[in-house]
Ligand binder design. Structure first.
Ligand code: F6R
Length: 353
């Protein structure tokens, strides 16, 4: 069943090009840049609240950011917090539950709270026929195929792509064509990263480190959180992800030559320049820096190692950066002999609040 791979996690990491193609099939028009998803027809929310847990919450943060960029009021909430203290929402609002399994109790509770208030709901899920899919007014299936490893990998990538589809439907902007083209090229670019051996080498170099930090800004902030979550889940080592700008507001005190810092930086705009500034602060503390970058900025110059990713649209780049971080976490866990597909204390689907 693992098709020659040592673990389901690695198999599922390698399934990403195919999963992403399936997520896009029949939903985008490259000529016009338009996105058409039947189940989202006529969707035009005044505001959007995303609710989710864990990895899906990171995809939700990304989704909210995309919508805000296009002028839609949007925020992401941890489902467990939302369910007990739901924030106000306007009449024409939409609550989007991002849940791979469609069975996460906290996310279902948040969605039910939204329904109780008469708000329209959308399930962004991998499982047709799941509770979330059945209970919500609308569905957006991410089509990643079954995920068996407890650590979410391909479903995160598919959620990020699905978030782009949702943004394309409710708030299509001037660069719609470029985004659709970038989405079309994404599966091939993911494949190029999978064929690259650098992440395995970085894992070998830093496997004995005390802990790991991950920083990113803007579109890459959720990637920093996700990189850290994956690392802690499957390696059992301390890992934390931050928005790059937060480092100096506390976490920097923990940064030493024993704690590699993974910095995700793409493009050469103001966000990249600021993150490179943060990288320099870290370098001055003698921490090893691993730059996950497309090479457009000079982040690589201040790094001890570089994990390269192809250039693409900023809304798509997080998928590529995250694939490199998935591979690093996997290879560190493998070297440590961890139970990668079934980490201790964790379950694939968390059905209690
Ligand atoms: C992390 C992971 C969890 C899930 C979370 C939500 O690798 O798998 O953090 O993302 O439990 O699960 P779903 O998406 O099924 O609601």
């Amino acid at each position: 069943a693992k098709s020659g791979y040592d673990h389901y996690m690695l198999k599922e990491i390698h399934e990403q090009p195919r999963a992403l193609r399936k997520c896009l099939r029949g939903r985008v028009d490259e000529l016009t840049g338009s996105v058409e998803v039947e189940s989202l027809a006529g969707l035009d929310p005044e505001s959007v609240q995303f609710v989710a847990c864990g990895t899906s919450y990171h995809a939700a943060l990304f989704g909210a950011r995309l919508l805000r960029e296009s002028g839609v009021h949007a925020q992401a909430f941890l489902a467990s917090e939302y369910a007990t203290a739901p924030p106000p929402i306007s009449d024409g609002g939409l609550v989007v539950g991002v849940t791979q399994s469609g069975e996460t109790a906290d996310t279902l509770a948040a969605l039910r709270e939204a329904r109780r208030r008469g708000v329209e709901t959308l399930a962004m899920t991998n499982v047709v026929g799941s509770t979330a899919a059945r209970e919500c007014d609308r569905t957006l299936f991410i089509r990643a195929g079954p995920e068996i490893g407890v650590a979410a990998t391909k479903t995160f990538s598919s959620q990020v792509v699905a978030a782009n589809l949702l943004a394309g439907v409710v708030a299509s902007g001037d660069d719609a064509r470029e985004i659709v083209e970038a989405l079309r090229d994404l599966p091939g670019q993911v494949q190029a990263i999978l064929d690259d051996t650098r992440a395995a080498k970085v894992a070998e170099t830093y496997v004995d480190s005390e802990g790991y930090f991950f920083v990113g800004r803007g579109h890459h902030y959720p990637v920093a959180l996700e990189g850290a979550l994956k690392m802690k889940e499957i390696t059992y080592k301390h890992a934390e992800g931050f928005p790059a700008g937060e480092l100096k507001h506390g976490p920097l005190a923990l940064v030493t030559d024993e704690t590699p810092v993974f910095a995700v930086v793409t493009g050469d705009g103001p966000e990249a320049t600021k993150t490179v500034g943060n990288v320099k602060e870290v370098e001055a503390r003698d921490a090893p820096v691993v730059a996950v970058t497309d090479g457009a900025s000079d982040a690589g110059r201040f790094a001890d190692a570089v994990l390269e990713i192809p250039e693409t649209h900023p809304r798509v780049a997080p998928v590529l950066a995250n694939v490199q971080l998935q591979l690093v976490a996997y290879h560190v866990a493998k070297r440590l002999g961890r139970s990668i597909d079934k980490p201790r204390n964790l379950a694939k689907s968390v059905t209690v609040e």
